[in-house]
Design a protein around this ligand. Structure first.
Ligand SMILES: Cc1cc2nc3c(=O)[nH]c(=O)nc-3n(C[C@H](O)[C@H](O)[C@H](O)COP(=O)(O)OP(=O)(O)OC[C@H]3O[C@@H](n4cnc5c(N)ncnc54)[C@H](O)[C@@H]3O)c2cc1C
Length: 388
């Protein structure tokens, strides 16, 4: 069976659906080909089921890419306000949780229903359970599934990254990029929990569930948010954020007492210089169990000023050498991907292969935690959709 369209979109996630809607609005005949049994599965599990669909403080600084300027054009063409207008048009209740992060009041299903409705209203044809195994190109693109061929002069690859394979993630987008001669920046798990090395594992994993407000820093980046101890290592927003900048064998530096000069206070106060006073001081900003354990392992060698000052430096710069990450199975995103040098920043079209577009997470643009990855999916999807 042969289907003919103006554009084929591979992958019915956030980016693919937005692209389809924008192209549909322009009267294009669009097919979204999705191999899972339903579209937008990742949207449903996002933001703890409430979908952190954008961030009102979005700028290019919130993204990691070999070319930090690449995302600017698409982000300016489709802004958080544009997406908020769509959400409000559909009367979806939402709220700002923290740091500009917008979440649905009810459920992520609202966002998926909205995208589905927009697709229907704009004549987009959705094809779930279509596993494309081959794409060829002569005078047009042909995407081949089991017993069906889809033909179109334009092909948009929106197959996402490698994170959460059990939700349908595949490397098909990268395979297609290679097939058409486009370069790939090495991929790695991003926004992912980090694993302790053996020694830290022995010292801290029994504290799983304990969290603290910290600044996590690595490779010139720092994030002040919560850190969570897990059964295998460290997680929580501060660690997930810094994980995207971490590469083995880097260490990360953790400030356990942001804005507090713990030992300076002790040096100046009349309190006796002993473990009990220090423990009391640490318990003011760290959960008791963690404060006590950390102090056991970092007790000062003596009670001199310089020894206490050294301890203060260690509190503000606790060095952790992760053994690795929890991998794609637990990563919220895939960093790296199709090299942005290969694509037009205005349309996401390949510079080498006219009619071939890459959008969303498959591209080497990775957002910070907090709604930025969806904003990139909407913005890159809209840019391509308007160019089809
Ligand atoms: C647990 C979790 C929570 C998250 N929460 C948030 C959040 O709250 N806010 C935020 O901004 N970001 C969040 N993210 C990240 C966000 O979900 C992604 O960045 C975003 O979904 C990327 O959109 P995409 O369309 O590029 O890829 P995807 O949403 O991954 O869509 C790609 C689609 O392509 C399909 N596909 C793959 N291979 C093929 C193939 N060969 N043929 C046909 N179809 C194929 C997949 O099944 C999938 O439906 C979260 C991620 C995870 C894993």
């Amino acid at each position: 069976m042969v289907h003919k369209f103006d554009a084929l979109i591979l992958g019915g996630g956030a980016a693919g659906l937005m692209c389809a809607i924008e192209a549909g609005k322009r009267g294009r005949r669009v097919a979204v080909l999705e191999h899972a049994e339903r579209l937008g599965k990742k949207i449903l599990i996002s933001g703890g089921g409430r979908c952190n669909f954008t961030n009102i403080h979005c700028s290019a600084e919130n993204f990691i890419s070999a070319n930090p300027h690449f995302a600017k054009s698409a982000l300016a063409r489709y802004t958080p306000d544009d997406f908020i207008a769509l959400v409000e048009k559909h009367h979806i209740p939402y709220h700002e949780k923290t740091l500009g992060q917008l979440f649905c009041d009810r459920s992520a299903q609202d966002i998926l229903d909205m995208l589905g409705k927009e697709c229907r209203e704009n004549g987009v044809q959705l094809f779930p359970k279509i596993a494309i195994h081959k794409v060829t190109r002569s005078d047009e693109f042909v995407a081949t599934a089991a017993e069906q061929d889809f033909h179109a002069p334009a092909l948009v690859v929106a197959t996402g990254g490698l994170s959460i394979p059990k939700m349908g993630a595949t490397g098909f987008g990268y395979d297609l990029a290679r097939q058409f001669g486009l370069k790939i920046r090495e991929t790695r798990p991003g926004l992912v929990p980090l694993l302790f090395g053996a020694e830290d594992g022995r010292h801290y994993t029994d504290l799983a569930g304990v969290s603290a407000d910290v600044i996590a820093a690595c490779n010139g980046q720092r994030f002040r948010e919560k850190m969570l101890i897990t059964h295998r290592g460290l997680s929580g927003p501060a660690i997930l954020q810094i994980s995207t900048y971490w590469r083995k064998p880097d260490s990360i530096s953790i400030d356990l007492a942001p804005e507090l000069a713990v030992t300076a206070e002790l040096l100046e106060s009349a309190a006796p210089r002993n473990i009990a006073s220090l423990r009391t001081a640490l318990r003011r900003f760290l959960p008791n169990r963690f404060a006590d354990r950390w102090l056991e392992l970092h007790a000062p060698k003596s009670w001199t000023n310089s020894s206490l000052q050294q301890l203060g430096r260690t509190i503000h710069s606790w060095t952790v050498l992760p053994a690795g990450t929890e991998g794609y199975g637990k990563a919220e995103v895939t960093a790296g991907g199709v090299d942005t040098d290969e694509l037009s920043p205005k349309t996401m079209e390949s510079r080498k292969v006219p009619g071939l577009f890459f959008i969303g997470e498959v591209v080497d643009v990775t957002g910070h935690l907090g709604g930025f990855n969806f904003q990139w999916a909407w913005a890159s999807g809209a840019s391509a959709g308007r160019a089809l």
